[in-house]
Design a protein around this ligand. Structure first.
Ligand SMILES: Nc1ncnc2c1ncn2[C@@H]1O[C@H](COP(=O)(O)OP(=O)(O)OP(=O)(O)O)[C@@H](O)[C@H]1O
Ligand SMILES: O=C(O)C1=C[C@@H](O)[C@@H](O)[C@H](O)C1
Ligand SMILES: [Mg+2]
Length: 186
């Protein structure tokens, strides 16, 4: 009989938090990972939209600084959830120092991706206002600005690949189990 994943049956109170650049699969993979681990899934962008409406409209009306301030509050609320969850963060959440401090207490998985994958996945970028009129060029610049921050926050770095999402989830669960064992070995 298959053994339950250690990440599922040996929860230590930490949330599993997915970070990474736009299009890396935080929302899609996060939902599938949560199903696999029988944990709740929350997505900070979706929570933002439920509370404040669409992100592009919010950016136009209030600007990026106001968005970041609200995003920081939402991340803190969701990390404080009573049940350890899988949390998909908005791509720029790690820009907040307060968020980075909270992430230091969580199990953080960075999903990386290549420029070619980003080009395929971003479409016209219209749902991601920070990308502007040239989504790929903006994505490359933003990725370069943030790459070290993502790496510094991460306990696990998932290299880019073209795996099916279910296979990606298997790979992440294996990496999580290794990290759990390492963190809880005597
Ligand atoms: N491993 C994968 N293989 C193929 N396609 C993928 C994979 N992961 C995600 N995708 C696709 O890429 C697109 C972007 O994924 P998703 O919205 O989950 O990214 P994200 O990291 O949440 O982006 P954002 O920061 O903008 O919220 C979606 O269409 C999704 O189906
Ligand atoms: O990388 C970013 O700065 C963003 C990513 C998205 O997830 C959204 O949070 C928003 O579009 C900003
Ligand atoms: Mg997302």
């Amino acid at each position: 009989m298959p053994q339950p994943a250690a990440a599922e049956n040996r929860g230590d109170g930490r949330n599993i938090v997915l970070i990474g650049p736009m299009g890396s699969g935080k929302s899609t993979v996060g939902a599938a990972l949560a199903r696999r681990l029988h944990r709740p899934h929350v997505d900070t962008d979706q929570f933002f939209v439920a509370r404040h409406g669409p992100i592009p409209a919010y950016f136009s009306l209030h600007g990026e600084d106001a968005f970041r301030a609200e995003e920081e509050k939402i991340v803190a609320e969701l990390i404080d959830s009573p049940r350890p969850s899988v949390i998909s963060l908005g791509g720029g959440s790690v820009l907040s120092r307060r968020t980075r401090e909270l992430l230091a207490e969580q199990l953080v998985v960075l999903l990386d991706l290549t420029v070619a994958q980003a080009t395929q996945r971003l479409g016209d970028g219209s749902t991601r206002p920070i990308l502007g009129s040239d989504p790929v060029q903006s994505w490359v610049r933003i990725y370069a600005e943030r790459e070290q921050i993502y790496r510094d926050c991460a306990d696990i770095v998932m290299s880019p690949d073209d795996e099916h999402i279910a296979v990606r989830v298997d790979t992440i669960v294996r990496a999580l189990n290794t990290t759990f064992r390492r963190d809880h070995s005597a």
